[in-house]
Design a protein around this ligand. Structure first.
Ligand SMILES: [Zn+2]
Ligand SMILES: [Zn+2]
Length: 357
């Protein structure tokens, strides 16, 4: 991706020299997510174009230099199917890393596919090979989990693990999920696994709502074919007039935030995970919508290694019954990446997969 708002182009680069502790990964799959579309539009600050996009990927260890161990301590060998955590550096010394323990807010945070220039090496998944530098959190893809399933869950699943953590669900909760993109779809499935007995999903278009039902939503509502007033009425009816226990936002809409604050019950919780770029201001009445309701509102920014590791465990245990694979609806080659971006932007599919070879 040479610059914002210009076509993606193919470039040949030399195979990198491997430092001790690094791995050269032969890419099996990467993905096109909402963040890639934002980066393509130039809406994320500090991106050092040209970049190789693709922050979550899966591959096979082609070359392993020296002694490399995965996050579980097991030795990594050539031929292993590997996945890795996309945040490859945080400083470990700043206030965010040490005092407030919010490493996703570390200023020195480096993320594959987003914060590294293509001039610095193979730091993105839209490439036949990826350089896993020393210190990257690597894991073997669990036996039995197809690479296609891992990447179809992809970054959305890892983000969803964090969002559902932040929601602190209680057995028997009614949960509202706003947004039926890759994050929202995984949130639906994880809310179910976390003990929600009723999941309501607001989203669009129709094919994503059908997938939301397959992921575990009990009630789906097309936001393009309903009014906020009608949705308010429906949630009241479903919850005996109380509102939902927890709402999780994965829509990236300022209006969605205004709406959810009316739909969560007194003393409930609202997690906001979908505003990765600035969607503009929301207008709320703090007295009515937060203070008097004794509401808890939580942001959720990025993810940590633990979310990645637990996403793998969830995939290992549940990949057969949760249809994560269906999220990655279509696979594109490197030659088709401009079409993949256009299709992702137009929301023609929940997620585009990238198969570089
Ligand atoms: Zn992503
Ligand atoms: Zn730091």
């Amino acid at each position: 991706m040479p610059a914002p708002r210009v076509p993606v182009e193919l470039r040949e680069v030399a195979e990198p020299a491997l430092a001790p502790g690094s791995v050269l990964l032969r890419t099996l799959y990467s993905e096109v997510c909402g963040t890639d579309v934002h980066v393509w539009h130039g809406r994320l600050s500090g991106v050092p174009y040209p970049i190789i996009p693709g922050h979550v990927s899966v591959g096979v260890a082609d070359k392993v230099c020296g002694d490399v161990h995965g996050v579980d301590g097991a030795r990594v060998a050539e031929g292993d199917r590997l996945v890795f955590f996309d945040v490859h550096r945080t400083c470990g010394r700043c206030r965010a890393c040490t005092v407030t323990r919010t490493p996703t807010r570390c200023e020195a945070r480096r993320v594959y596919g987003i914060t590294d220039s293509a001039d610095d090496g193979l730091f993105g998944g839209w490439s036949e090979a990826i350089y896993l530098e020393p210190g990257v959190s690597i894991a073997k893809l669990p036996d039995g989990v197809p690479a296609e399933t891992y990447i179809s869950g992809g970054c959305g699943l890892i983000t969803a693990v964090h969002a559902v953590d932040r929601a602190v669900l209680t057995l028997g909760d009614t949960v509202l999920v706003q947004g039926t993109g890759a994050v929202g779809l995984s949130v639906i499935a994880l809310a179910r696994l976390a003990g929600a007995t009723r999941v309501i999903a607001f989203g669009a278009p129709a094919d994503r709502l059908a997938l939301a039902t397959r992921m575990g939503a009990d009630v789906v509502v097309d936001v393009g074919r309903s009014t906020p007033a009608a949705r308010h009425e429906m949630v009241r009816d479903l919850t005996g007039g109380l509102g939902v226990d927890v709402a999780i936002e994965a829509a990236g809409s300022a209006r969605a935030v205004e709406e959810a604050l009316n739909l969560v019950r007194d003393g409930g919780r609202y997690v906001i995970a979908g505003h990765y770029t600035d969607a503009g201001p929301s207008t709320i009445n703090v007295h009515e919508q937060i203070n008097r309701k004794h509401l808890e509102v939580r942001g959720c920014w990025g993810s940590e290694v633990g979310h990645f590791v637990r996403a793998l465990r969830l995939l290992e245990r549940h990949h057969a019954e949760v249809p994560w694979r269906a999220i990655g609806a279509k696979t594109y080659t490197l030659a088709d990446l401009n079409q993949a971006l256009a299709d992702a932007e137009a929301m023609r599919l929940p997620k585009a997969l990238v198969q570089p070879r």
